[in-house]
Write a new protein. Structure first.
Length: 157
């Protein structure tokens, strides 16, 4: 008889689940089923991955706006050879690529199943990270966007 409180694989219903060892990317990387080799994420990690998806989308948005503003400058003034504009273009590409990579990683992890009967972990770190993001990172990103828009309007038009 299978213990009803034991963690089980959502794919094959097996209780043969091992915790993955901590690695350089995560202290709690998740679980793996010994029978069907399904990788599973830790219980209680949904909030973190949703947050990471939105951060990735935000970085992609910033990168897209930078690319759009620099692209409009290229088109309007034919200033493609100015090194400052090339650096701005590469900054926009960097924001977009980093945002897309972070968002895609979080989305793939979000789609991973959670073991049945897994006890959720504390999400205190998520709330601290969200508070830091809202108080430090978001104002800096908004400030950079406003500065970039004002600079673009003054210098490029």
């Amino acid at each position: 008889m299978v213990d009803e409180l034991a963690m089980r694989c959502p794919r094959c219903n097996s209780t043969e689940i091992d915790a993955l060892p901590p690695n350089i990317h995560s202290l709690r990387p998740g679980y793996v089923c010994r029978d069907c080799k399904t990788l599973m994420r830790p219980a209680g990690s949904t909030d973190f991955y949703v947050f990471a998806i939105f951060v990735g989308l935000g970085l992609m948005l910033v990168g897209s706006l930078v690319l759009m503003l620099v692209g409009l400058g290229f088109a309007a003034l034919k200033i493609g050879r100015d090194p400052h504009n090339i650096q701005s273009l590469s900054l926009g590409v960097m924001f977009f690529v980093v945002g897309a990579s972070a968002g895609l990683w979080a989305f793939v992890r979000f789609l991973m199943p959670i073991p049945i009967n897994a006890s959720p972990q504390s999400s205190d770190g998520l709330w601290i990270g969200l508070l830091i993001f809202l108080l430090l990172v978001l104002p800096i990103l908004v400030g950079c966007l406003i500065f970039g828009l004002v600079y673009y309007m003054q210098e490029m038009m």
